[in-house]
Design a protein around this ligand. Structure first.
Ligand code: FPP
Ligand code: MG
Length: 331
């Protein structure tokens, strides 16, 4: 339903690169052309159809392009923070040009998006964009606070991923609903849908960081863990009752920073300790919550659109099975 609109979003994103400087334009083109999954703009476009139109309204195309720009800006910064070398099957800007270039390019793209969103007289739009940026940055800071902390608990982990991922998904659904002229109560329902989908997405993405492959994911695997991020599969593996041996070996490797051991054994240890199945169950509990909130949308919302939003969660589990390559997945 949204595929033609996604092409329009991609075209719009490319209109946002211009500056007077070819160097800046080249960098922006490079960062913005990498093919991501376009999940955030897709959610925005899909929810924008809940108002009943045959296609997403024009303002949803513009908003979807802007949220993708904010996402790209955040990834430019994230790859500096994590020292990421590959993103979307391309070398990262920090690896190809340098950290300074990546940070400043992220600032440039972020500011461009905020400038464009300030054209909307309804202040809810720009406020939403600012909430996205503030919450992302806060989540990343708290993640840094707990880097390499083997005592990180599941509740704190959930708070971190709520800030760094789920809140962004929530805002995309909120903005889509706004473009569909839904009332405030439905916008809140949509925010819950997006938040729950985002929680499940990040848990599965963290699982893919353990079990996926560079070829399928287009980014380094075990990278987050090597960068010190303690994620749910690890938290569970460290606490799994009655699984003394894998737990002790993993804890020791994390504490001593034995990267080689982690790289070679992480996937096996997570499987043996039941961490894989546990993450699936937790992700499912969030997708169930999303389904409940989707079910509470008004009867006037077009049913094919409502069920398409529900199918996003099927895509996420299918992507996990495909080792992380979303392009090989059709739902
Ligand atoms: C990827 O997480 C990163 C994020 C979800 C958010 C990054 C946000 C910032 C760096 C704050 C600055 C924000 C802006 C808008 C400039 P990950 O490292 O778990 O996933 P990965 O494996 O894809 O790197
Ligand atoms: Mg990262």
């Amino acid at each position: 339903m949204i595929e033609p609109s996604l092409d329009q979003v991609r075209a719009k994103i490319m209109e946002f690169a211009p500056s007077d400087y070819p160097f800046v334009n080249d960098l922006a083109q490079y960062a913005l052309t990498g093919r991501g999954q376009m999940l955030r703009p897709s959610l925005l476009l899909a929810t924008s159809m809940l108002g009943g139109g045959p296609t997403p309204p024009a303002k949803a195309i513009q908003l979807a392009a802007m949220v993708e720009c904010i996402h790209v800006a955040s990834l430019l910064h994230d790859d500096v923070v994590d020292g990421g070398r590959f993103r979307r099957k391309l070398q990262t800007v920090n690896a190809k040009w340098g950290n300074k270039e990546a940070v400043l390019l992220g600032d440039f793209i972020l500011a461009m998006a905020h400038e464009a969103l300030s054209d909307y007289p309804d202040t809810r739009v720009l406020k939403s964009a600012h909430r996205i940026t503030r919450t992302l940055a806060m989540g990343e800071l708290v993640e840094l606070q707990y880097a390499t902390d083997v005592h990180l608990d599941e509740e704190t982990y959930c708070r971190i991923i709520s800030h760094k991922t789920a809140s962004f998904f929530a805002e995309c659904c909120y903005l889509g609903g706004w473009a569909a002229n839904l009332d405030n109560a439905d916008l809140e329902r949509l925010a819950t849908v997006g938040h729950s989908i985002g929680m499940a997405y990040q848990i599965l993405d963290d699982l893919l960081d353990v079990t996926g492959s560079l070829a399928a994911l287009g980014k380094d695997i075990t990278h987050d863990i090597l960068a010190g991020n303690i994620t749910l599969p690890i938290i569970h593996s460290l606490s799994a009752a009655g699984k003394e041996e894998p737990r002790a070996r993993l804890k020791k490797a994390l504490e001593t920073g034995d990267l080689e051991f982690i790289r070679e054994n992480l996937s096996r240890l997570v499987m043996e300790s039941g961490g894989y199945d546990y993450c699936i169950r937790r992700a499912e509990s969030f997708t169930n919550k999303a389904a409940d909130a989707i079910g509470a949308l008004p009867k006037s919302c077009p049913r094919p659109v409502v069920s398409a939003i529900g199918q996003v969660t099927e895509y996420m589990f299918a992507r996990l099975k495909a080792g992380g390559d979303g392009t090989r997945v059709r739902v």
